[in-house]
Design a protein around this ligand. Structure first.
Ligand code: HEM
Length: 404
């Protein structure tokens, strides 16, 4: 292990600029760093001297190691503009910001509700909801914003199904949910929308206590969780499950439209859907970056990470590591992309991944089969990208179909 002076000298800042004209590729500097040193010193905007992991096996090892904490208040953030942020601890019900044993308690309670039987029932619902939205798209077309018409409402309605939001309250729910992630919402508006959703969930929970139905929230009312915890969990499931899946459908469609031979292969053989989805998860890695903080001194890759130091795990760099995936920068839906880290790894690995997979496996092939001439309605460089968000994707995706 090198001296502090040497470490400071070697430290890099987190590359965030994606290559010009390549909306699907990570910043090019990440590949150079990964090749030179998959665990490197990182200078954080607040001056903290921590680490950046870019190699697949390194990122995976750190994510699996509970000597690295996920508690937000222990972290330094690597993103520019965050240097003066006072990072508060996780809100109630936010599993991603907790460590053991609190995390274990919530995770156990929740995992028991994401059963195979329930996921199977949700598959039938996603098929129906997808078909309804494609019908509506056809009536509305031949030019629509795919995000608004399809990529956002389908996963939003699936969250309604999961939480048991009754039919009559869905319009209200969808409006509130959209306000949180709308590109034009200010931070204050987003916080206000979140608070409104808190009230919405508290109402819903008292309904479920009185009249339980077949859904995750009703099931959880019989656990020891308080109303406050239940409302927190409901809000967290919405936050974790909506923008992620919506952006995988939106950005995934953009990627397929930009690689017409891949779209044609999927259309010709919808049986490729399962592996196409894994490959899109890998290739797009819409949650590009995670952060951990060392709870004790830990040796990784022969280097000593000291207690209190923050480690940024670049999931997008890991998912493009040539040591793990051949020809990693090529989108190839025929490959077996298993082992990608797009759902995270370790105790925080995505709890909703089966639901997310079902949604993508149904929605993407259905879209491409239903609209064989689907194409962008604007030049690709005019598609507004979520470069400013934690979850990457497209703000809007204008598409059209029919005769040229
Ligand atoms: C955690 C990605 C969809 C629920 C995570 C993590 C990632 C992720 C990377 C780990 C975060 C960390 O380590 O800090 C995704 C992606 C999705 C998706 C890419 C869509 C394609 C969903 C859905 C749900 C969901 C549909 C549920 C409705 C959760 C939960 C956690 C989580 C509850 C926290 C698990 C824990 O901390 O124990 N997700 N997710 N996700 N996700 Fe997802």
């Amino acid at each position: 292990t090198n001296s502090p002076e040497q470490a400071a000298q070697e430290a890099v800042v987190l590359p965030i600029q994606r290559p010009e004209g390549c909306p699907f590729d990570p910043p090019a500097e990440l590949a150079e760093l990964r090749e030179r040193q998959p665990l490197t010193r990182l200078r954080y905007p607040d001056g903290h001297l921590g680490w950046l992991a870019t190699g697949h096996s390194t990122v995976r090892a750190i994510a699996a190691d509970t000597r690295f904490s996920s508690r937000y208040e222990l972290m330094h953030y690597p993103f520019p503009g965050t240097e003066d942020l006072e990072i508060p601890p996780a809100t109630v019900g936010d599993l991603t910001g907790m460590d053991q044993p609190e995390h274990t308690r919530y995770r156990r309670l929740l995992a028991g509700k994401f059963t195979v039987r329930r996921m199977r029932a949700l598959t039938a619902r996603v098929e129906q909801i997808t078909a309804e939205h494609l019908d509506a798209m056809e009536r509305q077309g031949p030019t629509v914003d795919l995000v608004r018409a399809f990529a956002h409402p389908v996963p939003a309605l699936m969250i309604c199904e999961l939480l048991g939001v009754p039919e009559v309250r869905r319009a209200d729910f969808m409006e509130r949910a959209a306000a949180i992630s709308a590109p034009e919402s200010t931070l204050d508006e987003q916080i206000a929308a979140l608070a409104g959703l808190g009230d919405f969930f508290r109402d819903l929970i008292s309904d479920k206590r009185a009249h339980p139905t077949d859904d995750v929230l009703s099931d959880l009312t019989t656990s020891e969780l308080t109303d406050e915890e239940l409302a927190g969990i409901a809000g967290f499931l919405l936050a974790a499950g909506l923008d992620t899946t919506a952006n995988m459908i939106g950005l995934g469609t953009f990627a397929l439209l930009s690689h017409p031979e891949q779209a044609a292969a999927l259309r010709a053989d919808p049986g490729l859907a399962d592996q196409a989805v894994e490959e899109l998860l890998r290739y797009l890695t819409i949650t590009p970056t995670g952060v951990r903080a060392a709870l004790e001194d830990v040796e990784v890759d022969g280097q000593l990470i000291r207690i209190g130091e923050s480690v940024t795990i670049s999931i997008q760099a890991a998912n493009r590591d040539p040591a793990r995936f051949d020809d990693p920068d090529t989108l190839d839906i025929h490959r077996k992309a298993t082992g990608h880290l797009a759902f995270g790894h370790g105790i925080h690995q995505c709890l909703g991944q089966q639901l997310a997979r079902v949604e993508m496996r149904v929605a993407l092939p259905a879209l491409f089969t239903r609209f064989p001439t689907l194409r962008l309605a604007v030049p690709p460089e005019e598609v507004p990208l979520r470069t400013d968000m934690n979850i990457y994707g497209v703000h809007r995706l204008p598409v059209t179909w029919g005769e040229e």
